[in-house]
Design a protein around this ligand. Structure first.
Ligand code: ZN
Length: 287
């Protein structure tokens, strides 16, 4: 089985606020161990967490070895105040504050830096992304500061312009990557960046009744077509489920994501994903 290059140990796939409230005061050892055991039992031995402000992911990283799991953490994700990310990350206003957060992540044992540079797909409205993205110069500066501190950068990024800006600034992985145009796919495919498309966050919502299938179905098809396009250009793509997101359950979500990627990539799937995971495993570690 493949590893999962994008999970959220703190979240439960049901309701993020309750999941966070349950571990706000301290990581829940039993709950985290049950989740790690589920991954181990599914044959998933590599996990890259998106981080959280309460130390849940980094606690999991400390005990994951007991389950034979290689677990990578950014400690916490970093967002710019007034933009997406406040529910789970640590915020900054100025680049000086951002650099301080990178330093704090380093001191707390981060394997890489996770940044949020755009909003979310709006599942009620095809083509729409929530919130305002960061500017090209902010994105460039954030990636530079993290690289100068010796870290690879995982970027939550939706929208063609944001992804182009991040890729051209040397970002190491793009998460989600909704609504890319051909230029963004071309830039991505011809860079050292790995794309983690998290198709299951769309696919597992279909028929659930919360969002219109008339948005979800074409969105999933569009994303799958882009994954196919990127792979055909030689791009690096990895399996990451966003496990913990709504209707994306720990361990099961990884298997679900594999199904959506397999549907997009056909027989080429395993070779493409192997190469993507190798790149993530190689780069997203300390030192
Ligand atoms: Zn995520």
């Amino acid at each position: 089985m493949f590893g999962d290059c994008h999970i959220h140990m703190i979240l439960d796939g049901i309701y993020y606020r309750a999941a966070i409230d349950a571990q706000k005061d301290h990581p829940d050892d039993q709950l985290i161990r049950a989740r790690l055991a589920a991954y181990r039992d599914a044959g998933i031995t590599f996990l890259r967490d998106g981080g959280d402000a309460w130390g849940v992911g980094s606690y999991a990283a400390r005990i994951a070895g007991e389950y034979g799991i290689d677990y990578r953490t950014p400690v916490f994700p970093i967002y710019k105040r007034g933009h997406y990310g406040s529910f789970i990350g640590c915020g900054f206003d100025t680049m000086r504050e951002y650099a301080d957060l990178v330093q704090q992540a380093a001191e707390r044992g981060a394997d890489f830096i996770k940044i949020m540079i755009s909003g979310l797909m709006d599942f009620d409205c095809y083509g729409r992304i929530t919130g305002d993205p960061l500017t090209e110069s902010e994105i460039r500066e954030m990636i530079r500061i993290a690289h100068d501190s010796g870290f690879c950068v995982m970027a939550h990024a939706n929208g063609a312009d944001v992804v182009k800006a991040a890729v051209n600034a040397g970002v190491d992985s793009v998460e989600h990557g909704a609504y890319l145009d051909d230029r963004a796919i071309d830039d991505l495919a011809h860079s050292d960046c790995t794309w983690v498309p998290t198709l299951v966050t769309i696919g597992n919502l279909i028929s659930c009744g919360r969002y219109p299938d008339s948005v979800l179905q074409p969105l999933l098809a569009f994303q799958q077509a882009n994954v196919r396009k990127c792979a055909s250009l030689g791009g690096c793509i990895a399996l990451g489920s966003d496990n913990g997101a709504y209707r994306v359950l720990h361990a099961q979500g990884t298997l679900d994501e594999y199904g959506y990627l397999r549907a997009a990539l056909g027989d080429a799937c395993d070779a493409v994903l192997r190469r993507g995971e190798d790149a993530i495993r190689e780069k997203f570690k300390r030192g």
